[in-house]
Write a protein that binds this ligand. Structure first.
Ligand code: TNX
Length: 545
């Protein structure tokens, strides 16, 4: 492969230039018919796209190793066959996913063939004979003039190989109204694996409710960025959002409203299962959170017996925090917790259950710690590992339990020394609900204003003294929805910052660089636009038109 060069060095090859030119031409078509951005930067503030070289390949997250070839690109037409060398349904899903992206390369898309014995030249081949030592999520992707191979040791790796290939394809393919046209894929050779096991996003469906289709949309966007956890914040003061069969009032009453007093909503258990299954197909585990003992007004309003005075408070539609608390001295509270955790755990294949534990202002530390210890026992009895926000460090945590760091400046080295792992979500870097700057009209700013460069420029392994790489399970970007009522508003806060957190979770720290990232990020613009993503056109990024 001596004709492959490291990525980002400009190519002089005519063939490559033709493809890049075609990609540019196609991506400009993709802008047609899409809604206007929420807040376009002023031309003066924006780096000129014309002056910036088009990086190839513009991949986010950056793979561990990329080499670009100089030879002729690989043509994909209706006659191309995609071979999947495995009967594993999850591997077949990855192949079908790729075929789905290529349906408009001709009058019909490429066909998918299982277990081809003799593979003709000019094929796309997915196989599971990658090196298991590289890890379950690792993959190799090779595009030459005569074929494409995607190789991994597990279906997850194949799925990530497909997502990488996807970012090399012309963005127009993502457009619902794309017309049939042949494409050609430039030569490239990629060997890749993630830095962290946990690459998460959190969606708060309690402050404003988001239905199944909205959650699936968010999952689609996570998958594109190789994220593998969706943490659903399912309950808070303003709403309880999942059906619990043994406590039906939690949703009959507790899901009626949301912030601002509009009509709320909740998932039936069948709908929750549908979300879990959709996520799982895309190699994303759903992590359910039932926040306790605080942030519980919706539950307290639904059942008087959960209140120490036996009186149910009214439903709450404002956004202040810290006023509600389950009655920790009453055994009925633990029956409630056991039922809720049991029912949700039974619907959740992932290993974790999040108990919240944040912002409890009504309890002494000892009572709080005792409560979390009991929550931990209940979670484990139902076969899961407990996660809690920063504050749960006050309890006697088992090494299998995980702490999610959120308050900037908190010291959690003792937790790490005790063997528990951490998920890093520092609010002043990773919170997607913080405003971008003073002209943002959505979002909060208690942890600061976070432009894309701020969300990118930090390393989880040097954030906290005594908490190194080995103690860190990964990163997560929480999106709280006090100010966000629609999925388009959610997208405008999540993008582009979610892509920055995805890269922190996936790419080797030594290879990460803001000046390089902003070019590759700018290259995502046409794809996101073709997908109808309502992203914030940060003036810090040279967005490709
Ligand atoms: C703090 S982060 C909270 C949430 C709010 C969020 C708003 C955390 C564990 N608690 O209840 O929604 O700030 O940014």
């Amino acid at each position: 492969m001596s004709d492959f060069r490291p990525a980002h060095l400009p190519s002089r090859s005519a063939a490559c230039a033709a493809v890049v030119g075609a990609a540019l031409l196609l991506s400009s078509c993709a802008t047609a018919g899409k809604p206007a951005p929420p807040r376009p930067p002023s031309p003066a503030a924006s780096p000129s796209p014309a002056a910036t070289p088009l990086p190839f390949p513009a991949l986010v997250p950056l793979p561990a190793s990329v080499r670009v070839g100089e030879g002729a690109p690989f043509p994909v037409t209706s006659a191309t066959t995609i071979f999947i060398q495995s009967a594993d349904p999850r591997a077949v899903f990855a192949a079908e996913f790729l075929a789905g992206l290529l349906t408009t390369v001709g009058p019909v898309g490429p066909s998918v063939t299982r277990m081809g014995a003799a593979i003709p030249e000019g094929s796309v081949v997915l196989s599971l004979d990658g090196d298991p030592a590289a890890g379950e999520e690792a993959y190799d992707l090779n595009v030459t003039a005569t074929g494409v191979t995607l190789k991994a040791s597990s279906p997850a790796g194949l799925f990530y190989a497909v997502q990488t290939l996807r970012q090399i394809l012309p963005p127009i393919l993502e457009h619902d109204a794309a017309r049939p046209r042949p494409i050609a894929i430039p030569q490239v050779k990629i060997a890749d694996r993630p830095r962290f096991a946990w690459r998460g996003a959190m969606l708060d469906v309690a402050r404003h409710f988001f239905g199944v289709e909205d959650v699936k949309r968010y999952l689609d966007l996570l998958a594109l960025h190789k994220m593998n956890r969706l943490h659903l914040h399912l309950s808070d003061d303003q709403g309880f959002r999942i059906e619990i069969k043994s406590w039906p009032n939690l949703t009959a009453m507790g899901a009626r409203t949301e912030v601002g007093g509009t009509v709320g909503g909740s998932y039936t258990q069948e709908q929750y299962k549908e979300i879990v299954a959709y996520a799982r197909e895309r190699f994303i585990d759903v992590v359910p959170e039932i926040d306790m003992p605080g942030h519980t007004n919706a539950a307290l309003a639904s059942y008087p017996e959960l209140n120490c005075d036996g009186v149910a408070p009214p439903l709450y539609t404002d956004i202040k925090v810290g006023f509600s608390c389950l009655c920790v001295a009453d055994e009925r509270t633990y029956v409630f917790m056991d039922d809720v955790i049991r029912e949700i755990a039974a619907l959740t294949p992932g290993a974790f259950f999040h108990v919240g534990g944040d912002e409890v202002k009504k309890l002494a530390d000892t009572d709080y710690a005792q409560f979390i210890n009991r929550a931990q026992d209940i979670v484990e009895r139902h076969g899961k590992r407990m996660i809690g926000w920063d504050e749960v460090a006050l309890a006697s945590l088992h090494p299998a339990s995980v702490v999610q760091h959120w308050r900037p400046g908190t010291q959690l080295s003792k937790v790490a020394a005790n063997g528990s792992k951490l998920i890093m979500s520092p609010a002043n870097r990773a919170y997607l609900d913080m405003q971008y700057d003073t002209s943002s009209y959505l979002g909060l700013f208690w942890a600061g204003r976070i432009e894309i460069r701020d969300s990118y420029s930090w390393d989880p392994a040097t954030l906290m003294e005594g908490v190194g790489e080995d103690s860190i399970l990964g990163v997560e970007a929480p999106l709280w929805t006090e100010t966000l009522a629609t999925i388009r508003e959610v997208e405008s806060m999540a993008f582009p910052r979610l892509a920055a957190i995805a890269e922190i979770g996936w790419s080797p720290q030594a290879a990460r660089d803001w000046d390089d990232f902003k070019l590759r990020l700018g290259g995502q613009g046409p794809r996101w636009q073709a997908m109808g993503v309502n992203f914030y056109r940060s003036p810090q990024v040279p967005w490709k038109p």
